[in-house]
Write a protein that binds this ligand. Structure first.
Ligand code: SF4
Length: 492
């Protein structure tokens, strides 16, 4: 898709092409800007080898026409992950703009940042962005496009968008605004471009539902993407073009979506391959497994999210060891190659007994089918009752991971996320502008050591480290008797 129009928008992604093109939100915003009268949107991505690119001395080009990405009226960035914070700064730099908002002037484009990270925690981005979007981008594109058509100056543009739901102007506001929630008529979200050069190669993505009705206390799906909105089966089928051979059904609560089986069966009957994110183990049955198998899935993916039954209860996860065992049995009976189980360690009340339970239970599961464990350190997020929980600490997590590795290395395939980088993620997930400035001082030479030094230099300290969560207290209440003000405002 490319059109010529007077208002040029660059939609940039702070990571490689293959990562950006696998983002459904990025693709939707790209289509919506190009549907706006007078607006032409082009894509730009961080080069695979940024150092080599910089040595070439050329400005970052757009994909569509190769024009300089920074040569536009609006430079919009979609960001999903905390650890892409330094990549955002780098992206602005190689696009020819000063990364700091205060150092740019009217000759620069308006820099707008949106995506899951800005809804979760916009504050580390406030030194860099002119506009930060909180919530569903679909509601914002028409508002911003209208303002771009009408504004005669940057201040005029700010006046036109100021006060709209989801629009956070760091130059004018100190607190994030009410979230933007896309009206039902703008859903479902679906792919604009299908490419083999995506991490989800040749897959057409369509969003079955947004939000989640479940109460898991650690998860942003119920708070950030809420309220739960289901699309109709026919609405999904209608947006899938005839030529598509692989469809990815997107949704945090896909297994609660009432039409998953119908849509899956309709597509597999047409010979279309399926992709799904993880399925809740308590909703897996033989019928669903057969549909997924007909759709080409060879492994089942479920989330256990905690190493033991008591911690799953504490998180209100609602999944039991029986559910996980049943999933493994169904996967074996239907000839799946194995089951992938995602979980977090480093939860507040966790101790060595919880890890012992994980090890023993994984050995039991592995007698049924092949097991792959994806283990991530728990990172408390804003907008959840765990907002003020202490991060477990790199040493504690590494010690537990080492034990799991030692005891399960011949039993299960193990994939661990680095404890040290999870610590950086936890700092960005709850940090303010000072964390953004620390990132700014190291974005060319990022390492764990550089982060520690930079955080010290900006005077950052861990205000949550003494908040000891306990199994007999709801998340957000601590052994010290403190109750997180944040948790008080959320249904725990
Ligand atoms: S963990 Fe899954 S089921 Fe629980 S709230 Fe999040 S998306 Fe919903």
């Amino acid at each position: 898709m490319f059109k010529h129009a007077p208002i040029r928008v660059t939609l940039a992604f702070p990571n490689r092409y293959s990562v950006g093109m696998a983002s459904l939100g990025y693709q939707v915003i790209y289509r919506m800007f190009n549907q706006e009268e007078g607006v032409a949107c082009e894509r730009a991505f961080l080069p695979d080898d940024v150092e080599a690119f910089e040595k070439g001395g050329q400005p970052l080009p757009t994909v569509e026409t190769g024009r300089a990405a920074g040569n536009c009226e609006l430079f919009a960035i979609s960001v999903s992950f905390e650890l892409d914070l330094t990549n955002i700064i780098r992206l602005l730099d190689i696009a020819g703009m000063h990364p700091l908002r205060e150092k740019r002037d009217d000759s620069d484009p308006v820099v707008m940042v949106g995506g899951p990270l800005t809804s979760s925690n916009p504050y580390p981005l406030t030194p860099f962005a002119d506009v930060i979007i909180i919530g569903d981008g679909e509601q914002i594109v028409p508002v911003v496009s209208e303002a771009l058509r009408e504004a005669t100056s940057r201040e005029d543009f700010y006046d036109l968008v100021d006060g709209m739901p989801g629009v956070f102007l760091p130059a004018r506001h100190t607190h994030e605004p009410k979230w933007a929630t896309a009206p039902k008529e703008l859903l479902p979200a679906y792919s604009q471009i299908v490419t083999p050069h995506s991490e989800l190669s040749n897959m057409f993505l369509v969003e079955a539902q947004r939000g989640c009705p479940r109460p898991c206390t650690f998860c942003l799906a119920r708070t950030m993407y809420g309220p739960n909105r289901n699309n109709q089966a026919q609405e999904l089928l209608d947006v899938i073009p005839d030529w598509v051979q692989k469809v990815g059904l997107v949704g945090a609560a896909l297994s609660d979506f009432p039409h998953t089986k119908y849509v899956g069966r309709t597509l597999t009957d047409r010979g279309i391959k399926l992709g799904v994110s993880s399925i809740r183990a308590d909703t897996v049955d033989a019928e669903l497994a057969e549909i997924l198998k007909a759709g080409g899935l060879r492994t089942f993916t479920v989330a256990s999210d905690a190493p033991s039954e008591r911690l799953r209860r504490w998180l209100k996860k609602g999944i039991t060891t029986e559910d996980l065992t049943k999933t493994a049995q169904i996967s074996r009976d239907l000839g799946f190659k194995g089951v992938k189980v995602y979980m977090m360690i480093g939860l507040g009340p966790e101790n060595d007994d919880d890890i012992s339970e994980l090890i023993a239970f994984t050995k039991d599961l592995a007698k049924i089918n092949r097991i792959a464990l994806g283990i991530s350190p728990f990172v408390p997020k804003r907008h959840t009752p765990h907002f003020a929980d202490a991060f477990a600490g790199v040493q504690v997590i590494e010690k537990r991971m080492k034990r799991i590795q030692k005891e399960l290395r011949t039993t299960a395939e193990l994939r661990n996320v680095s404890a040290k980088w999870a610590w950086v993620e936890s700092v960005v997930a709850r940090g303010g502008p000072e964390v953004g400035m620390a990132a700014y001082s190291i974005y060319r030479n990022e390492s764990i050591g550089a982060w520690k030094k930079a955080l010290e230099e900006v005077g950052w300290s861990d205000e949550f480290e003494t908040n000891a969560a306990a199994i007999d207290l709801p998340p957000g209440q601590y052994a010290s008797g403190e109750v997180s003000a944040h948790a008080q405002g959320l249904a725990v």
